[in-house]
Design a protein. Structure first.
Length: 457
């Protein structure tokens, strides 16, 4: 069970209920953004400042979703009145709707008009005045991809997603094409009828570049969080317009912790605090210099992929034994198992874990449980372990999701098993290979049958 709502689930919920304004940020990325918004305490320093300028290229399409897989979409309410800036409409329109897509390419709001029509028994029509000429007959309609979903009442419906490219004028002679990803709900969705229909959209673009910080190169991105076409982040003191994403641990992806920063706040990498300046609204260049202030460094999460070294730790088990992990497990295969007795998914996984321990313990398998449990739960936990015949060591500190080992491994979902070689400390198998029936298959691969006592004599 996740400690937070996964964004895909949150987005589906939003699409079903149209309650983005009330939706809680739930994905790891959204949680990271909420942490970023809090900022950090600033301490005065006297470091010398040298400004370096870096160029960032515009990237569109699939790479954007790979870099920023989880975020909260924007929404534009639909209204029936034709805006005054529209000078020409397609013929044969029946009950059309309109929406404004506000962009701020030069510090002032410019509204792109979108036309939406819901023909009976046909996919909706969406046309965006991408060139701001007021003519909605010379812009192509959005081509939809369809996705089934269920309404709250169980009704089977269709969600529509497609892209349109907006021609954004940063100056009279500087135009940048910015693609937007649009989403429309099924007009038969009861929630759409109750709360009003919206045109939902996300930026399908990002700026990508390379930063050199203290002689180390990092892949970095600027993300237009509010889909404003404005990377300068002149929004408010409490909310950023842009995020700075840096691949600090060089693993080829942006992790939820320690690699997402507000573009308008100082950030710390390698013990040095930097500050970023974005000279132009289009985000094509950034200037980085050492900050006169200091903020704490937030390290990215460990790499828990197969072949990597598992983070070492020392902990005390429920029976008072001090465990040095993984040093105390030399010659063994160790299933490091993060779980909670309150979690229904953990309870569903438990029979597989118990069966695996009975089958493979004599062949070199050890289990070290990490209990994600609240404070003052020691007695209940011991009773649970006894009732379920869980005889392997368990670590419990009563800090729930702040449990030290869960923080060290950046665990935000349970059950979370990891198979580790006790000699090398390397990860042999990850969560996907260790859940359900996959657990026995994986252990059979790493723990082959031992010769019987008869044959070994």
């Amino acid at each position: 069970m996740r400690m937070m709502i996964n964004l895909n689930s949150a987005l589906t919920c939003f699409l079903n209920r149209l309650l983005i304004a009330k939706q809680k940020a739930g994905s790891s990325f959204s949680r990271a953004i909420s942490i970023v918004l809090l900022g950090g305490s600033l301490l005065a320093t006297s470091l010398p400042c040298r400004a370096d300028t870096f160029h960032f290229d515009l990237v569109t399409g699939p790479e954007v979703r790979e870099v920023v897989p989880e975020t909260t979409p924007r929404r534009a309410p639909l209204f029936p009145q034709c805006p005054p800036q529209v000078t020409k409409l397609p013929s044969n329109l029946v009950n059309p709707y309109f929406a404004f897509i506000p962009l701020w390419p030069n510090g002032k709001e410019i509204d792109y008009v979108a036309l939406v029509q819901f023909p009976p028994h046909k996919p909706p029509i969406l046309i965006v005045d991408a060139d701001l000429d007021g003519d909605l007959t010379n812009d192509p309609p959005v081509q939809w991809k369809t996705f089934p979903y269920k309404a709250a009442n169980g009704q089977q419906l269709t969600r529509y997603e497609g892209d349109a490219v907006l021609h954004v004028h940063y100056s009279p002679d500087h135009v940048v094409d910015l693609p937007m990803h649009f989403i429309l709900l099924d007009p038969n969705d009861p929630n759409a009828a109750a709360y009003g229909q919206y045109l939902i959209y996300l930026p399908d673009y990002i700026r990508k570049g390379e930063l050199i910080l203290n002689n180390v190169k990092y892949t970095a991105y600027l993300y237009d969080l509010l889909a404003r076409g404005d990377f300068k982040c002149d929004v408010s003191a409490s909310f950023p317009g842009s995020l700075l994403l840096i691949d600090v641990n060089h693993n080829g992806k942006i992790d939820a912790r320690g690699e997402i920063y507000r573009a308008d706040r100082p950030f710390n990498i390698g013990g040095i605090t930097y500050q970023l300046t974005i000279p132009d609204y289009d985000g094509s260049t950034v200037v980085v210099e050492r900050s006169p202030k200091s903020v704490p460094e937030i390290p990215p999460p460990p790499d828990l992929s197969i072949g990597q070294i598992a983070p070492a730790f020392t902990a005390t088990t429920l029976n008072g034994t001090l465990v040095h992990f993984p040093q105390d497990y030399r010659g063994k295969r160790v299933l490091l198992y993060f779980w909670g007795s309150w979690c229904p998914h953990c309870q569903a996984q438990l029979p597989y874990v118990i069966a695996a321990y009975k089958k493979y313990h004599s062949k070199g398998l050890e289990i070290l449980g990490i209990c994600i449990e609240p404070a003052n739960y020691r007695k209940q936990l011991k009773d649970f372990l006894t009732a379920h015949h869980m005889t392997w060591p368990e670590v419990y500190d009563g800090k729930y999701w702040e449990t030290a080992e869960a923080q060290l491994y950046f665990i935000h979902i349970v059950p979370y098993p990891i198979l580790i070689d006790g000699d090398s400390g390397r990860i042999l198998a990850g969560r996907e290979q260790l859940l359900g029936t996959e657990l026995d298959k994986t252990l059979a691969h790493f723990l082959p049958p031992q010769p019987s006592s008869v044959s070994s004599r």
